[in-house]
Design a protein around this ligand. Structure first.
Ligand code: FES
Length: 194
């Protein structure tokens, strides 16, 4: 005697053949199950992509730079690196602080006081990017014996921009002061930039 299974078209699941798939409740179940599997598939694909976009631990560590200030004497500066850009850390002498304070703010192209560009009580520590704000050259003045320019701060040899002892633009084509990155003092002798 022929069974239901014998009458099935090739490829049809015999298990379903005994049930009424035209029953609306069963059809809804099948639809929901299909959507749920599709949803799980999307999450499974998206999660690795999202995880790939999260910065790894070494990238996060690279995004801050710790500076030891203990060896930088007044009048000296060091060149460090912050997020792959040059960073100047300068210990201003009292005369350099005074020179910056004497400048009339009204005469500045980018009006900022030294106080606004340094931390409270740490006016002698000038921390800026070593990137000229004209076209991005690295100014001179942080290295031993380098030309500090006519205002005693930094001098960009590319097109002659001159910065003062507060890193403010005073002459030449650069439109703004050298950028001051975010940083915090961890102690009197260490800062974390970034
Ligand atoms: Fe410094 Fe042009 S890049 S003056």
């Amino acid at each position: 005697m022929a069974t239901v299974d014998d009458q099935l078209p090739p490829g049809e699941n015999p298990a379903l053949a005994h049930e009424d798939v035209t029953d609306p409740r069963r059809r809804d179940f099948l639809n929901i199950a299909t959507v749920a599997f599709a949803g799980a598939g999307v999450v499974a694909i998206v999660l690795p992509l999202v995880n790939q976009m999260n910065p790894s631990a070494d990238v996060l560590a690279e995004s801050t730079t710790e500076i030891d200030l203990s060896k930088i004497q007044p009048g000296q500066a060091i060149k460090a690196s912050f997020r792959k850009q040059p960073l100047f850390v300068r210990n201003l002498t009292p005369a350099e602080v005074a020179a910056a304070d004497q400048v009339s703010i009204a005469d500045l192209r980018d009006k900022q006081t030294l106080e606004e560009r340094t931390k409270a009580g740490k006016k002698n520590w000038l921390i800026t990017l070593g990137v000229c704000t004209h076209l991005g050259c690295v100014p001179l003045g942080a290295g031993e014996g380098e030309n500090k320019g006519p205002f005693g701060g930094y001098f960009c040899p590319c097109h002659g921009s001159a910065y003062d002892t507060a890193g403010r633009i005073r002459q030449g084509p650069a439109p703004t002061n050298l950028a001051v990155p975010d940083y915090v003092f961890n102690s009197d002798t260490t800062v974390t930039v970034g």
